[in-house]
Write a protein that binds this ligand. Sequence first.
Ligand SMILES: N[C@@H](CCC(=O)N[C@@H](CS)C(=O)NCC(=O)O)C(=O)O
Length: 215
Amino acid sequence: MILYSFFNSSTAYRVRIALALKGLQFELRPVNIRRGEQYAPEHRAMSPVGGVPVLVDDAGNVLSQSLAILGYLDSLAPEPLLFPTEPLARARVQEFVQLIACDIHPVNNLRVLKYLKDTLAVDEVAKHAWYAHWVAEGLGAAEVLLQRAGAAGPFAFGTTVSAADVCLVPQVANALRMQCDLSAYPRLMAVHAHCQSLPAFRDAAPERQPDYTAP
Ligand SMILES: N[C@@H](CCC(=O)N[C@@H](CS)C(=O)NCC(=O)O)C(=O)O
């Protein structure tokens, strides 16, 4: 398989974690989204919105959208299963990952921040305030979801890893990189810390990627 990725992309990070957890081999092809490589026609032919990740499977099928890819990887290699089969457990994981993927990530995506800065002439201070606001709104709700579920951990939903952990860790990494205050989310941060003990999460981290460049 081929994964089109950018080291700092939290959505590509999700897929890197999932591939590593499942022990699936893949070729990593960096796409520099800071330089606009995601908008090249050949990349747009794979990802109509112009983004990473994109996964090309062994048969040449092309998939964009990280959550769709996670679900597909569950079908290809069910161990560990990222989306549980039990209906309520599955809905809880989906509720959590959709909060991250639909409510937090899109408003802080690169193209949105660039639009604020380049088109609406928002300055750096206001741009950071925008970012931190949506992180606080989203992670605050994510903390409530986990506390309400009441799972003891060490993962988001109990003793087994799920797509919730796979989506949470990259989102927390983004927030840390952007120097957001995360002290109000003890449960999220405990899950994040536990995941760092697993090689699959560590190896997928931005600083371990071949295209990594220091800030
Ligand atoms: N909903 C998509 C989002 C993909 C996405 O937008 N990825 C970001 C990186 S995290 C990207 O490529 N952004 C490029 C841009 O905003 O121009 C997914 O979950 O895969």
